[in-house]
Design a binder for this molecule. Structure first.
Ligand code: PLP
Length: 391
């Protein structure tokens, strides 16, 4: 039998080129040469899930009720735990009946939501630099991504007044993400208020991605979009247990806020997935309802790592401020390099893997991103290796 000719759909060709291919190639070459690679590329906590959560899961897995299909919107006990946590942490009242659903990790919801609201040719406003899923989800819904820049002089927040009338008119949705990946920028109440006014004026659904609100240092308390008056009238917030509780492998998150927006995303999900394993939801509820000392301990560890890395970078002339939140350090590249060339140099000359800023959008050019998901001693070693490069 002759083989069929397999052709990928045009929408896949619309995704941006995979900019990390060259880095992957150099990394594999270095590994083959036996180089002791230090990987500061991936944003995935290296510490284990807190033990009371693992123990809850171990018991829950034995419950036959969890062996059947879970509920589409998420277990009521999970949604109630989310509502309780939002009230306690942010002072935001949410109705577990219609203002919260579970997600198979927040990436799943972020990736699917354009399918519910974007018609062919509609525009979606996405941050540049930004998490690549905003672009991919928009493209899969046949929408047109329109980037808005996050500039250092604005604290990596959007200048809403700089969005053109044409973009505002065509946009049906806007993605935002604070504390921010990759820049580590944090939101102010004023910026969120401007976003609410912009959304109401232009009839734009706001999708705030809040994966990092609990990773913060030096007493900084990141805010939720749901704390802002009028936020629930214009949008939703995606949250995740992944970063807060070191649960990236478990695949559980939620979306909260505007009930009509949540109903739309829910209709897409009912047709493509069947929810989160019940035992995982039980453990996630235990995480949200439980003792937060593990989260505080995480932040103490990230603070020490951040200080070792940032103070070391500053000593060798790579000037960067200490981030207030997230486990990312967003570092301007030295004169004479672009982000890809500098990333390649760090890899081939020092065995250090990091991410070129241009991989997050054209406004990420001029920066590289390093993560703090590596032990302190290794970050010390990063600084020593960089010092030898005489940058
Ligand atoms: C890590 C991350 C997520 C989501 O993670 P899940 O594991 O899918 O919950 C979402 N947005 C941003 C910006 C992230 O960095």
């Amino acid at each position: 039998m002759p083989a069929i000719s397999v052709k990928q759909a045009e929408r896949l060709a619309k995704l941006p080129p995979y900019l990390f291919a060259e880095i992957d190639r150099l990394k594999n070459e270095a590994i083959e040469r036996g180089v002791d690679i230090i990987d500061l590329g991936v944003g995935d906590p290296d510490l284990p899930t807190h033990s009371h959560i693992v123990q809850c899961m171990a018991g829950a897995v034995e419950n036959p009720a969890h062996h059947q299909y879970p509920s589409y919107q998420g277990a009521l006990s999970f949604r109630e735990a989310v509502a309780r946590w939002y009230k306690e942490r942010f002072g935001a009242e949410l109705d577990p009946g219609k203002e919260i659903i579970s997600l198979i990790g927040s990436k799943e919801g972020v990736g699917h939501i354009p399918l519910a609201f974007v018609n062919p040719g509609d525009a979606v406003l996405i941050p540049d630099p930004g998490y690549p899923v905003y672009n991919a989800g928009t493209v899969f819904a046949d929408g047109e991504p329109i980037e808005f820049p996050l500039k250092e002089e604005n604290g990596f927040m959007p200048d809403v007044s700089a969005i053109s009338d044409e973009a505002a008119r065509r946009a049906v949705m806007m993605f935002l993400n604070y504390p921010n990946n990759p820049t580590a920028g944090v939101a102010t109440r004023e910026m969120f208020q401007e976003v609410v006014e912009f959304a109401a004026r232009n009839n734009v659904i706001i999708c705030h991605d809040a994966a990092y609100t609990e990773i913060a240092f030096d007493g900084h308390k990141p805010i939720s979009f749901m704390e802002i008056d009028g936020a629930r009238e214009v949008g939703v917030e995606f949250h995740s247990l992944s970063k807060t509780f070191n649960m990236t492998g478990w695949r559980v998150g939620c979306v909260v806020g505007n009930s009509e927006v949540i109903a739309g995303l829910g209709r897409i999900k009912n047709n493509v997935d069947s929810g989160v394993f019940g035992a995982v939801q039980e453990a996630a509820a235990a995480a949200l309802n439980g003792n937060m000392s593990g989260v505080e301990e995480n932040n103490r560890i990230y603070t020490r790592r951040r200080d070792v890395l940032v103070e070391g970078l500053n000593r060798i002339g790579l000037k960067v401020e200490k981030p207030k939140a997230t486990f990312y350090v967003w570092i301007p590249v030295p004169d004479g390099y672009d982000s890809s060339r500098f990333t390649a140099l760090l890899l081939t000359e020092a065995g250090i893997v990091c991410t070129p800023g241009v991989g997050f959008g054209s406004c990420g050019e001029g920066y590289i991103r390093m993560t703090l998901c590596t032990p302190e001693e290794r970050l010390q070693e990063v600084v020593e290796r960089l010092a030898k490069l005489n940058l």
